[in-house]
Design a protein around this ligand. Structure first.
Ligand code: M6R
Length: 618
């Protein structure tokens, strides 16, 4: 998730773009850059790191002067956060500047083709290819000299999800932009026109906005905008009036970043999966572990902390089931102190949103000294853990500002499953058609997450009836157990109340002593269409706790009628395979924790007390 701004009007575009980027820095802060059309050429300034670095550079070289410009604040996906990889990107002849949010999935073949034709690339990004392509179309052939037709040609060659802005040196009065699956909003001013990945980009200047639809292109000039489809036929956006202040705009209209991030989960999972299925095979990116090595691993160790650890528990279930090799999981802070048995046939999966967690980093270092190969699953491009690992699979959740992890957790689960499928493929423990079937089920999950989000009111009603609870238990079996742990962690972090997650079968070995009248207990019920014994056992567990006075909040899939008599409250989730259920069942627990936090008087759920987003001490 990156922040994008475009401007054509009567003001100096450079200063305006910088201000817009400041308001959108929450969307990404790996690097920032601007390009301004100075009348007959493009001037670009960009820098890795925070916006302050860019401002420092502009102070040294002077702000480019011009009334049309584009800007970008980056959350790195392809390529490390370096000056070269910062946006904008210029074409080989410096006639085109491009900024982009999203992922161009087919950039690799496009890039290879252009490199064969002699184009030199200046960055490792997926974006740069679009700049070169546009210059090519503009310079030669039937679209020569035609900015709009050239841009349409480029757009029709791109696959993936993108918001993209094009500026051409010969057209100082125009910016052409497009969106597919990621947002783009037009801000309509008096004699000036804005583009933004969200309204925070221009809220200071105008409240009149137009939301673009899927696969829309827009051409803006200072006085007008024109919306097209990718085939060049006319289209329309949806005009609306912005009634948010800046703070609300940054949070997408939600009360907190965390709530916004919960609603970003369909995109977080979709973007994480994007590009990992190609020509009937699972592909890993930035992978320096060969297919032969993948084949040779005979055990996996997962190291992670907090929510990332819970996602790792799910990796264990998936990998053992699909790959039939033992998977051990260790809280990262414990890993190196107990001398785990590792060798060159061990794959260590290090999972971290921030990529900076000291406990996980030390575990990675220890694993490497023992000769193991380390594959990082990480949300932060260029951070320390991926840098020190042999390979990395990036989650594409975008920046997570809420300290309590939500979208990054779901993205980690999706990424872990990609790793599991890649291992199964390499080791041949699943047939290609079985892998395809699992992939297809995974691919449907973002849509199902949307259905869970749409049922948010059910959770609010439950939390309103629960009021200010003092303690809560969470139970699950199989893959429902890590969900229970994650639900309990969310509640502890946000509401500061005692909460425990247990495997439901463990209850009778002690925790059942905690059950008393009216104690709320969340039970995550596996699908009755899966392992029958698992379902019937958990139904028995629900009866046991109900008999002792507990009030049950049951999460069960649609159509599971057997649980109805035992649920004080029932939260339905869409049907999916057992292994995928955590990607849905976790969401109501995120809502529940946020609601209870507010009920007990903790309004600022983005910054729970005593916690930090990135824990860089051991
Ligand atoms: O950045 P990391 O994924 O390595 O962070 C790990 C944990 O610190 C993190 O998941 C923490 O538990 C969150 N606050 C959970 O909501």
């Amino acid at each position: 998730m990156c922040g994008i701004v475009g401007y054509v009007g009567s003001r100096q575009a450079a200063g305006l773009a910088i201000e817009a980027l400041r308001r959108m820095e929450y969307r990404g802060y790996d690097s920032a850059g601007i390009a301004v059309n100075t009348g007959d050429s493009l001037t670009m300034v960009k820098r890795a790191g925070k916006l302050a670095n860019l401002e420092e550079r502009i102070a040294q070289v002077g702000a480019p002067e011009g009334k049309a410009g584009i800007g970008h604040t980056r959350w790195a996906t392809h390529g490390r956060p370096t000056d070269e990889n910062a946006h904008p990107h210029l074409s080989f002849d410096e006639s085109v500047a491009v900024v982009h949010n999203g992922i161009i999935e087919n950039f690799a073949p496009l890039r290879q083709q252009m490199e064969r034709e002699g184009v030199e690339f200046a960055s490792d990004t997926d974006t740069e290819v679009a700049a070169h392509l546009l210059a090519r179309y503009y310079n030669e052939g039937e679209t020569a000299g035609d900015f709009r037709e050239s841009a349409l040609r480029v757009l029709n060659r791109l696959e993936g999800a993108f918001t993209i802005l094009f500026m051409h040196a010969n057209h100082p009065d125009q910016i052409i932009a497009a969106r597919r699956s990621t947002p783009l909003i037009i801000g309509v001013g008096e004699g000036e026109m804005f583009l933004g990945s969200d309204v925070a980009a221009f809220i200071e200047f105008t409240k009149d906005a137009v939301e673009l639809g899927q696969d829309n292109v827009v051409v803006i000039t200072a006085d007008d905008y024109e919306v097209l489809n990718f085939d060049g036929t006319p289209s329309q956006g949806r005009p609306f009036t912005i009634d948010w202040d800046l703070e609300a705009a940054e949070k997408g209209g939600f009360d907190s970043f965390m709530m916004k991030e919960i609603y970003e989960q369909p995109a977080a999972v979709r973007d994480t999966l994007a590009g990992h299925w190609s020509e009937g095979r699972v592909v890993l990116d930035e992978n320096n572990i060969s297919e032969e090595e993948l084949k040779s691993f005979n055990q996996v160790f997962v190291v992670a902390c907090g929510s990332a650890y819970h996602s790792g528990l799910l990796a264990k279930y998936a990998i053992e089931h699909w790959v039939r090799i033992p998977v051990q999981i260790e809280v990262a802070s414990e890993f190196r102190y107990r001398d785990p048995v590792l060798d060159e046939r061990t794959l260590v999966l290090a999972i971290s949103q921030s990529g900076e967690t000291a406990d996980t980093l030390e575990a990675v270092r220890h694993a490497k000294t023992q000769g193991a190969k380390v594959l990082a699953v990480c949300n932060t491009n260029g951070s320390q853990i991926p840098r020190e690992s042999d390979a990395v699979l990036y989650t594409h959740a975008g920046p997570e500002i809420g300290v309590a992890s939500t979208k990054a957790f779901l993205a980690q689960v999706a990424a872990n499953y990609i790793v599991g499928l890649a291992l199964a493929q390499a080791k041949g423990t699943k047939y290609p058609d079985e892998i395809k079937e699992i992939w297809d089920t995974l691919d449907l999950i973002p849509g199902k997450i949307e259905q869970v989000l749409a049922a948010r009111d059910t959770v609010t009603e439950i939390s309103d009836e629960l009021g200010a609870v003092a303690t809560m238990l969470f139970l699950g079996r199989g893959v429902g157990f890590p969900v229970a742990l994650e639900g309990a962690l969310k509640l502890k972090e946000l509401a500061y109340i005692h909460a425990e997650g247990f495997p439901a079968g463990e209850l009778k070995h002690g925790p059942i002593a905690l059950i008393e009248d009216d104690l709320p207990v969340v039970v995550v019920v596996p699908s009755p269409r899966g392992l029958k014994v698992l379902h019937s056992k958990i139904v028995s567990n629900i009866q046991e706790i109900r008999a002792r006075g507990a009030k049950t909040i049951v999460i069960a899939e649609e159509g599971d009628e057997a649980v109805e008599p035992y649920a004080n409250w029932l939260i339905r989730i869409p049907q999916t395979s057992t292994i995928m259920q955590p990607l849905l069942a976790t969401i109501p627990l995120q809502f529940l924790a946020a609601d209870i936090a507010v009920n007990v008087g903790n309004e600022d759920i983005d910054k729970p007390r005593n916690l930090a987003k990135s824990v860089t001490v051991e």
